[in-house]
Ligand binder design. Structure first.
Ligand SMILES: Cc1ncc(COP(=O)(O)O)c(C=O)c1O
Length: 273
């Protein structure tokens, strides 16, 4: 038998133990668990590539605020059911500063990540109209979001945008929307793993058709600043108030004219963006 870095029987036994019939179809978590087991049993270190680890240091402002909040006894209280007004207001400022969209603090609902944001959004969108029981994915999307719908018992349809860029998107989208069963359209922008961004004309097509067919748009912005259309890397942290004002003005000048955003768009931003 061919020599392998880890003894073959060890991996085969572990796969059997996990009752995986076809390893090529194993989930990320199964692959991770098998690798951990094989690592412990063999003593050979595995380089894990099944999941990205951002490894970026968190913002010092956020760390300081969390420490202060804990020291001030926040852990002993239920959070305000309407959300923390300061956080909602700053979320609204953030959206204005970075994507030049006016969104009232009331419309900013903090969640623990894009994934939780889409879960809550799917629940909401699926209950708006009983005739609309299906979510449409413009792929490549985040596979976990499809699993979320499976857990909820909701239906979904999907197509890969690769063959439907630009004008071609209109006809393709409409072929789904005209059936009348789509409650929401979801896409990741930029997406993982192809990292393409939809262009302005494509977003316009989505917005216009969503208005025409009364469909909610969910924009997954987990990779918010990894966007080739404009450079959003400039952050406002670490600057004095005066400089933040100057920078905001500078960013504003670089941004396109104020976008009118349909109330049908939910933007789901990740805290790690
Ligand atoms: C496209 C996409 N959306 C959402 C998520 C989840 O983001 P979060 O960690 O903020 O829940 C990921 C994470 O891998 C992702 O790739």
């Amino acid at each position: 038998m061919k020599n392998t870095p880890i003894e073959r029987h060890l991996i085969d036994e572990t796969i059997n133990e996990f009752q995986i019939v076809d390893f090529s179809k194993a989930t990320i978590r199964e692959v991770k668990a098998i690798a951990s087991k094989a690592e412990t049993a063999s003593g050979v270190e595995f380089i894990k590539m099944e999941m990205g680890v951002p490894g970026l240091p968190p913002s010092a402002v956020g760390v300081k605020a969390e420490i202060e909040a804990l020291q001030n006894g926040i852990a002993s209280l239920y959070p305000d059911i309407n959300g923390l007004p300061e956080l909602k207001k700053e979320a609204s400022n953030f959206i204005k500063a970075f994507i030049n969209v006016d969104l009232s603090p009331e419309g900013c609902v903090p969640v623990t990540g894009s994934m939780q944001g889409t879960f809550a959004s799917f629940l909401t969108c699926s209950q708006c109209d009983e005739k609309k029981d299906t979510i449409l994915f413009i792929d490549p999307g985040f596979p976990v979001q499809k699993q979320q719908l499976v857990v909820m018992g909701q239906k979904f349809e999907t197509f890969d945008v690769y063959d439907y860029r630009g004008d071609k998107l209109k006809e393709k989208l409409e072929s789904y929307l005209k059936k009348g069963n789509i409650s929401a359209i979801i896409y990741s922008n930029p997406n993982n793993p192809s990292w393409i961004c939809l262009k302005e004309e494509e977003l316009q097509i989505i917005g216009e058709l969503a208005t025409q067919y009364d469909v909610i748009v969910l924009e997954d912005l987990a990779y918010f600043a990894m966007d080739f259309r404009q450079d959003l890397r400039l952050t406002l942290t670490g600057f004095s108030l005066k400089w933040r004002a100057v920078l905001r003005a500078k960013i504003k000048r670089q941004l396109p004219e104020k976008k009118k955003i349909s109330r049908r768009f939910f933007r789901v931003c990740s805290a790690t963006s």
